[in-house]
Design a protein around this ligand. Sequence first.
Ligand code: GAF
Length: 392
Amino acid sequence: MTLPRRAAELFAAEHGHAPSAVWSAPGRVNLIGEHTDYNDGFVLPMAIPHRVAVAVGPREDRALVAATHGDDGELHRAEQVVVDDLRPGSPTGWSAFPAGVAWALGEAGHPVPGLDLVIVGDVPNGAGLSSSHALQCALALAMLDQQGRAPGEPGAPSLAEIARLVQRSENDYVGAPTGLLDQTASLRCVESHVLFFDVRSGDAEQVPFDPRSAGLELLVIDTRAQHSHSESGYGERRKGCERAAELLEVKALRDISQAQLPTALEKLPDELGPLVEHVVTENERVLSTVELLRSGDYAGIGPLLNASHTSLRDDYRVSCLELDVAVEAAVQAGALGARMVGGGFGGSAIALIPTADRERVESAVRDAFAQRSLTEPRVFIAIPSAGAGRDL
Ligand code: GAF
């Protein structure tokens, strides 16, 4: 059964009537452009087939009653909240997601009524594939739907505005200082394309992405590692970038070009230089990747993926043993390029591989993990899939 159908059936079982709508939103992988989004830079994500579906229906009272279908087959109910009483900081845990999205919508002039929400998803949690943003984007769309303000309806916010609202929920309610990459990917990606997104200007271009036409595939390796310092590490990197921009007297690191890099590095303390070097070179790598994709040169992006990983590992220092093992094993077994994706400190890596080498690369990665007694990774092919939308 499809996810939206399952969400609708669980909703009916829980509430005794059918939902009025089901919306879903996908997870993502970012082809390249990591830790550039909060520096006003460039990113190049695609949506993956894994999604979160939210069945929604109105309530008579002002409560937000959310439940999610867990891996154990049970429905887990969120802490019940009243939409008029939402304040950042409470509730915590996963209950903060529906509460935070409703709060951010209210703050932006889209007050959410009392709602029943039933959530079903298959984006692996904690895998760096943006399951929490898929959830929040699907929630935002379901909640707007109940106000008659779904995308395309009069008075509805644009997808770009919804992405900012979801970012506000995440930053100010849930308390994670993330950028705009994941929400934008989940809401604005389309099938068979990567999204070339300029965070500063908001410009977005759908760039065709069909590695199969070149006999290639994009493999996702979920290392299943999640290190405890991931949140603090992310926040520290972000603060470091902001401090460097201040010292360089620019609005954001986006304003430093590759040509200005040597002079910029001379002005910075040792601990900030490598962060700036990563962001400046990563932005360049996104632009080069887009050029190669426009000319259909898929194999040409392999070295850029490798350079991105090296930069994230050695300069930005957000990789970890599991990600490095995955990348190294994939490249040694024939991948044209590989790199970690997302915030880092665990999660997933991607590898661009010849279709014919898929089995060899997959077993090389599994063997490398087994040799080091690491948990067996989960591996799948990333098919550039549709962004968020209404299913039922
Ligand atoms: C996480 C964040 F949520 C994104 O905003 C982005 O910064 C990414 O890490 C790194 O590119 O996914």
